[in-house]
Design a protein around this ligand. Structure first.
Ligand code: SF4
Length: 308
């Protein structure tokens, strides 16, 4: 254990030095390993990370997250070097929609507007009118003209939640995040029995029956804000388990319990400190997006940021 702590300290020191040398900024998602979050300049949810990526004056962005996030950073900051320490860190939800399938659906529902969750590929974003994240999706959907049909891609659970919140009749894509979709109503009830009095907060990527049982539904950034501000001392957390670390760090006097032990995204855990160091040394693996795709995808992302 002491050896592991010393190794983390040494790698973190090397990373900080390399970061200065490369004029790099390290952005990390809340689902990353604790030691990766600790070495980052900024830790946040998808929206906050996109905002950081769009506004940074660093030469290099090291993105500790999954592929679509680094791709979004490249789309928003095309002149910067964007590196993803683990190239294989994908998102199965993002893979559930392809540009060809979205084009086919658009042809079927003529005149529809396409709202795409940021958990999607650059090609799919390029087919979209506007992007959203779980923290600004209600605002994005509510801003659209009421007479137009709206296709929501690719998360059906988030889409169902948004349809209820906004009163819009959304056409839903049949995609899901396996981490959130696997949480069951029975597991929420069992967690309440284990931790009586704890407040249940869940992510809107969870199934409708899980959302119905929750006390609070929020994006990861929203959960952090709620935990800090709400007058409760114990929380059951229905999202990927990496989130427990920033919650506990921000609220050391409160208690946080995972809703279920299986809520772990293997892709989010692929990034290690070693890989962050190598990425800074080699400035690789680099993320590139073809200009034609990039420019169209940027329009959808920029519209989202303007509404955020
Ligand atoms: S938690 Fe779900 S949505 Fe997020 S990267 Fe993993 S699979 Fe994709």
């Amino acid at each position: 254990m002491r050896e592991e702590t010393a190794k983390i300290a040494e790698l973190s020191r090397e990373i900080r030095e390399l970061k200065e040398k490369r004029r790099a900024v390290i952005l990390a998602h809340f689902y990353q390993r604790p030691e990766v979050q600790d070495v980052a300049d900024f830790v946040g949810d998808s929206l906050q990370l996109a905002q950081q990526a769009a506004g940074t004056d660093a030469d290099v962005i090291v993105f500790c997250g999954v592929y679509f996030m680094a791709e979004s950073a490249k789309i928003l900051s095309p002149d910067k070097i964007v590196v993803l320490p683990e190239e294989e860190a994908g998102c199965p939800l993002a893979d559930m929609a392809t540009a060809a399938a979205v084009r086919a659906k658009k042809a079927e529902v003529s005149g529809c507007l396409v709202v795409t969750y940021v958990n999607s590929s650059a090609e799919v974003k390029a087919e979209s009118d506007v992007c959203c994240t779980s923290s600004n999706a209600v605002k994005v959907i509510s801003s659209l003209p009421k007479e137009k049909p709206v296709l929501f891609v690719p998360d059906r659970n988030l889409g169902l939640y948004l349809a209820r919140k906004t009163g819009r009749n959304l056409i839903l894509w049949d995609g899901y995040c396996h981490v959130h979709d696997s949480l069951t109503a029975g597991e929420i009830e069992a967690a309440r029995t284990r931790h009586p009095g704890a407040v249940v907060m869940v992510h809107p990527e969870c199934r409708p029956e899980v959302i119905r049982l929750a006390d609070h539904v929020a994006s990861t950034g929203g959960m952090l804000k709620y935990a800090k501000e709400a007058p409760f001392s114990a929380f059951i957390v229905g999202t990927e388990q990496g989130m427990l670390y920033p919650l506990q760090k921000a609220c050391p006097d409160k208690s946080f319990y995972p809703a279920a032990p299986h809520m772990v995204c293997p892709n989010m855990k692929l990034t290690t400190l070693e890989k962050v160091k190598w990425a800074l040394e080699d400035l690789a693996p680099r993320i590139e997006v073809a200009p034609e795709i990039r420019d169209r995808a940027r329009k959808a992302l920029t519209r989202m940021l303007e509404l955020a």
